[in-house]
Ligand binder design. Structure first.
Ligand code: FA5
Ligand code: MG
Length: 429
């Protein structure tokens, strides 16, 4: 296992939707100047007199109906494709790679910390803006709060974009060692390692002064050392030998902060963020003299490496040729691809406008093609003498399960072009 400290590098391409890589995303047509409805907040129980429930879900002991989440309202940017993923809870399926991985991580913590970590995997994914951002000190102008990056149910309620949204409440409830697993939601780009719904596991450990005082280290250094040891141990438990490296990072809620990258498919892939928790979070939530560490793991990313799963869309497949390959409690299984259909590429060029963002484009593409969209990639970008900027995107269409016909792809591309023009207000070339 090669471990090294490396300078921060973007992995593979400019990832837009992370707490680190948010510099070039721009606000889209939904902006904060839109008049907000002040309507209801988090995960409220079904109110009387609401529209008929189309598919009420029971999540975290709370009933959620489609019209609680998808609304024709300018403060709402949740499409049906995202609502349909709510409640799938792949992390609770013991025969699914995400569930198998969750259980393997639980095992590591139970064995090494004698069952000290409290485990949560059923917390409601609808959270308040306060929980998702304010409680973890995300600045008011941080790009992750934008409608371009986060799914808003209304001005005060979001689909959590990370499991860190639960840190504060669990601290206030008196938990000092905990793991939170859950589905998280982000408007994001399209490729084999990014999906708008994925799963994270948050880890949190609080230390009291007597734990670090004897070490001769200050609390922060003690926690940072312990954190790295813990996660390196976890990586060994899961992978045995794998090439990995620590990268210095930035998160609003930790300092110092790090990311762990693993070498996969000839690239460095970021699998987790972590760090020593900001004192303010501890103080605000009843932990006065303590220090703590926290991490947030991307479960799909780890599972891709562990089970040799080449594309993140496969986790959502109900095809038996996928689901039947995995067994409860078994980590060593390598996925055998059951189809190798070639991708079909379609290019489209248009003049962008002020409000254009790549996440909005990806949302349109997913809305039309769903999981048939494998990748959306900017392949050409220029500005003419009049100051107009043209983008050319290449869309790769591919099914994981069957071959697509020319007609089917042409029809998808026709619809994408139509909607790009009408919804994004750009001029096709
Ligand atoms: C966070 O979400 C922080 N909350 C993590 C954290 C927790 C840091 C506690 C410090 C303390 P980030 O945006 O980098 O950070 O996402 C964490 C992990 O989620 C990434 O390393 C990656 O493995 C995974 N991830 C991020 N975006 C996607 C995506 N679109 N699809 C799949 N996995 C993703
Ligand atoms: Mg990141």
């Amino acid at each position: 296992m090669a471990m090294s400290i490396a300078q921060f590098t973007f992995f593979s391409r400019a990832a837009s939707s992370s707490f680190l890589h948010r510099t070039n995303a721009r606000f889209n047509q939904f902006t904060f100047s839109t008049p907000f409805s002040t309507a209801a907040a988090t995960c409220t129980r079904k109110k009387n007199g609401r529209l008929p429930v189309m598919s009420a879900l029971e999540l975290g002991g709370v009933k959620i109906a489609r019209d609680d989440v998808v609304r024709d309202d300018p403060t709402n940017n949740v499409p049906d494709s995202i609502f349909s993923k709510l409640g799938m809870q792949l992390h609770k399926r013991n025969q699914h790679p995400i569930g198998i991985l969750k259980n393997a991580i639980y095992e590591y913590f139970d064995a090494n910390y004698s069952n000290k970590f409290d485990k949560f995997d059923d917390l409601c994914p609808l959270v308040s803006v306060k929980q998702n951002f304010d409680d973890v000190l995300v600045p008011a102008d941080h790009i992750s709060r934008s409608y371009n990056d986060t799914y808003y149910v209304d001005s005060q309620t979001v689909l959590r974009c990370h499991t860190s949204a639960h840190q504060a409440e669990l601290l206030r409830d008196g938990h000092t060692h905990f793991l939170v697993t859950g589905d998280v939601y982000r408007r994001d780009s399209i490729d084999s390692t990014h999906y708008p719904v994925f799963h994270q596991m948050e880890g949190f450990r609080v230390f009291s002064p007597k734990e670090w005082e004897a070490s001769g280290l200050d609390g922060t250094s003690y926690a940072a050392d312990d954190l790295k040891k813990c996660l390196e141990g976890l990586a060994r438990h899961l992978f045995g030998a794998v090439e990995m490296r620590w990268i210095d990072a930035y998160f609003p809620f930790t300092n110092p902060s790090f990311e762990l990258e693993i070498y996969f498919q000839e690239k460095w892939m970021e699998v987790l963020g972590c760090g020593v928790t900001e004192q303010e979070i501890l103080r605000n939530n009843g932990q006065l003299d303590s220090v703590a560490w926290a991490f947030g793991l991307g479960l799909e990313r780890l599972a891709m490496v562990l089970f040799d799963i080449p594309d993140i869309r496969l986790f959502w497949s109900n095809d038996e040729r996928f689901t039947s390959q995995f067994t409860k409690g078994k980590m060593g299984i390598k996925f055998k691809p059951f189809s190798k259909f070639p991708p079909c590429y379609k290019d489209m060029s248009f003049w962008i406008n002020e409000s254009f963002t790549e996440n909005n484009l990806c949302e349109v593409v997913r809305g039309v093609a769903g999981d048939l969209a494998e990748e959306v990639q900017l392949i050409d970008n220029f500005t003419n003498k009049k100051g107009m900027t043209s983008h050319c995107y290449r869309i790769a269409y591919r099914s994981m399960e069957r071959s697509l016909t020319d007609e089917e792809i042409n029809e998808l591309q026709r619809k994408v072009r139509e909607q790009v023009e009408t919804k994004l207000n750009v001029e096709l070339r």
